[in-house]
Design a protein. Structure first.
Length: 269
């Protein structure tokens, strides 16, 4: 049914025609930057030195692209997007309003004299057909690259920390958070507000239910949920048992009274 719905919407409401290529006079394009043919550049866009952008790019108002960025064809950046230096982006990538790609990873070393920043000298790679939601962030690696695989879709307000490697065609729902060096396989699905503690691997095809806290590896094909996350059937049984716990405690205390084993705490029946 969903596929039929998508087909109907695409038929009845095709996307509007793309405006004619132009560069707004308020845009600041570095002399060494290269924009492919068909670029549509909105007001107050900034493109840094030695940055290369492929054909048919659309950069909406107030997009900022730093130096030494490489972007493929068909790129779309909505208003307020920031792409930091050295980022590599494939073809047909879409970044929604306020997304930040390549910000420094959260790396600090507490010392007696204060907190020292760990240099974040890596980069970010977004492969072809990636889509990143509004106000989502993908941080640069401390070393190497943070990688988001081909066709992966990231919802609004998701945080992908430094050094994560996300496989192809994953789905990450709103407010999911991946701590540093987390690895997701192919077609992993994370529900809203899922948290992964870092240095973990989630296998191909695994799914994690919303609001789950993951503190260990998740096997391929598994469905996990809860906090700490475990197999979803175990989590459901544990949740059902937890709801029955007050009644179980009342029955236990009645038995203790009957056997003279203890006194009833104040306020308990």
């Amino acid at each position: 049914p969903y596929l039929a719905f998508v087909a109907a919407v695409e038929l009845l409401h095709p996307p509007p025609p793309r405006p004619a290529p132009r560069i707004d006079p308020t845009a600041v394009i570095a002399a060494s930057a290269r924009l492919g043919p068909g670029a549509l550049v909105g007001p107050h866009v900034v493109v840094g030195e030695r940055t290369a952008i492929g054909r048919d790019a659309t950069l909406h108002a107030n997009v900022t692209i730093y130096d030494d960025v490489a972007i493929g064809d068909g790129f779309t950046a909505h208003a307020g997007v920031v792409v930091r230096e050295g980022t590599r982006i494939g073809d047909r990538v879409v970044l929604h309003a306020g997304a930040v790609i390549g910000s420094d990873g959260f790396g600090y070393l507490p010392l007696p004299e204060g907190i020292r920043k760990i240099p974040q000298i890596g980069t970010v790679v977004l492969e072809d057909d990636v889509e990143v939601g509004a106000n989502a962030t993908v941080d640069r690696a401390a070393l190497g690259a943070t990688v988001v695989g081909r066709g992966t879709k990231i919802d609004n307000l998701v945080t992908v920390a430094h050094g994560c490697r996300i496989g192809p065609e994953c789905l990450l729902a709103a407010q999911a958070g991946l701590a540093g060096s987390t690895t997701l396989g192919t077609r992993v699905m994370l529900g809203g507000q899922v948290g992964l503690a870092g240095h973990q691997t989630v296998g191909d095809g695994a799914q994690v239910a919303a609001k789950s806290g993951v503190h260990g590896d998740v096997p391929a094909g598994a469905v996990y949920g809860g906090y700490p996350a475990t197999e979803v059937r175990v989590w459901r049984r544990a949740s059902a048992a937890l709801l029955r716990l007050p009644e179980v405690l009342r029955r236990l205390r009645r038995m203790e009274r009957a056997l003279g084993l203890g006194e009833e705490p104040p306020g308990e029946e």
